[in-house]
Design a protein around this ligand. Structure first.
Ligand SMILES: Cc1cc2nc3c(=O)[nH]c(=O)nc-3n(C[C@H](O)[C@H](O)[C@H](O)COP(=O)(O)OP(=O)(O)OC[C@H]3O[C@@H](n4cnc5c(N)ncnc54)[C@H](O)[C@@H]3O)c2cc1C
Length: 280
C-alpha cells in the first residue's frame, strides 16, 4: 500500500479558503496518510496559517502535519505555536528554518531570541512530545554551494535530535533521489524519506520555483515543456505525465510513500494518482 500525502498552503483570503475546502474534499477521496500545511513565508501570515492548519484537521479528520519555521520568531513564540498545535490535536510538525525575509537567495538574518537553524526547532518540538519531520534536498539546499557532505550532515543532525521523517524538496531527476537515499542508507540513517513530487501546471512558475529552491530542471524535461509552453492545457497534461513518470521510477526503487505539492489544486494530483492506480 503506497502512502500518499498532500501539501497545501494557507490561502490568502476567504475565497481562497472556500476553494481549499473544495479541493480538499476531492483529494480526501484518495485516502491520504496525512496532509501538510506550509507556514507563511517570513511568518507573515502566521495567524491565518495557524487557524487554517488547525481547521483542516478538525474539518476533515485527516492527520495534519503543520509546518513551522524559525523566521522572525523568538523561541518563546515558537514554543507557543507548538503548544497551540498540540492543543488542536496536531501530532506532527515539519520543523524548518524557513527562507530569509528577502527570499530564498537572500542572507539569513537572526531574530534576537530566536533560532538560526531548523535543528534547534527539531529539539524544541521533540521536547514537547511532538512527532517531527524535516526538509531534505535531493538537488541539495541552495545555500550548500554543492557541498553534498554538508547537506547530509545537516539532515543527520536533525535525525540525531529526534526527527523521524523527512519530506523532500521537489525534484525531477531520479538520480538525485537515489544519491540521497544511498547516502542516508550508508550513514545508517533510519529517517523515513518521503519524496516530494510537483506536478507542473505552469512553466514560468516552475522555472522560478526551481531557481529559488535549488531544484535542477533536466534539459530533457525543459525541452518537453518548452515544446508546449504556449498551450496551457498541454502544459498541464505534460505536467501530469512527467510527474507520473517520476512516481513510477520512485515506486520501482521501492518507495512506499509519495508527497504531492498540490498548490491548493486537486486536479493534477488526482490525475497522477489515477493514472498509477494509487489512493484506493
Ligand atoms: C518539504 C519542504 C517543506 C517546506 N515548507 C516550508 C514552509 O512551510 N515555509 C517556509 O517558509 N519554507 C518552507 N520550506 C523551505 C525551507 O524553509 C528552506 O529551504 C530553508 O532555506 C531551509 O530550511 P531548512 O529547514 O532545511 O533549514 P536548515 O536545516 O536550518 O538549513 C539551512 C542552512 O543552514 C545550514 N545549517 C543547518 N544547520 C546548521 C548548523 N547547526 N550549523 C551551521 N549550519 C547549519 C544548512 O547546511 C543549510 O545551508 C520547505 C522546504 C521543504 C523541502
Amino acid at each position: 500500500m503506497i502512502e500518499l500525502s498532500f501539501e497545501f498552503f494557507p490561502p490568502k483570503d476567504q475565497p481562497g479558503e472556500e476553494r481549499l475546502w473544495q479541493e480538499l474534499t476531492q483529494l480526501r477521496s484518495l485516502s491520504p496518510k496525512f496532509v501538510s500545511v506550509t507556514y507563511g513565508a517570513g511568518g507573515s501570515t502566521r495567524e491565518r496559517t495557524i487557524r487554517v492548519t488547525e481547521e483542516i484537521g478538525q474539518r476533515t479528520g485527516l492527520d495534519t502535519v503543520a509546518h513551522l519555521t524559525c523566521v522572525g520568531s523568538t523561541q518563546s513564540e515558537l514554543s507557543e505555536v507548538l503548544d497551540s498545535y498540540k492543543g488542536a490535536g496536531i501530532k506532527e510538525v515539519l520543523a524548518l528554518r524557513g527562507d530569509p525575509v528577502g527570499g530564498p537567495l537572500a542572507t539569513w538574518e537572526s531574530t534576537p531570541g530566536g533560532f538560526d537553524h531548523a535543528d534547534q526547532l527539531v529539539k524544541l518540538a521533540v521536547e514537547k512530545g511532538l512527532g517531527v519531520g524535516v526538509a531534505a534536498f535531493p538537488d541539495l539546499h541552495p545555500a550548500s554551494n554543492g557541498n553534498v557532505e554538508l547537506d547530509l550532515e545537516t539532515l543527520l543532525r536533525k535525525e540525531e535530535f529526534g526527527a523521524t521523517f523527512a519530506i523532500s524538496q521537489f525534484f525531477f531527476e531520479i538520480s538525485s533521489w537515489e544519491r540521497l537515499m544511498n547516502q542516508l542508507e550508508k550513514a545508517g540513517s533510519n529517517l523515513k524519506l518521503i519524496p516530494g513530487v510537483m506536478p507542473v501546471t505552469n512553466v514560468k512558475q516552475i522555472v522560478k520555483f526551481a531557481q529559488l529552491s535549488g531544484t535542477q530542471i533536466p534539459d530533457k524535461t525543459r525541452t518537453r515543456f518548452e515544446a508546449v509552453a504556449e498551450d496551457e492545457k498541454a502544459v498541464r497534461e505534460l505536467g501530469v505525465e512527467i510527474a507520473a513518470e517520476l512516481c513510477t521510477q520512485l515506486l520501482e526503487l521501492g518507495c512506499k510513500s509519495l508527497h504531492f505539492y498540490t498548490m491548493n489544486t486537486a486536479e493534477a494530483t488526482v490525475k497522477v494518482c489515477q493514472s498509477l492506480d494509487l489512493g484506493k
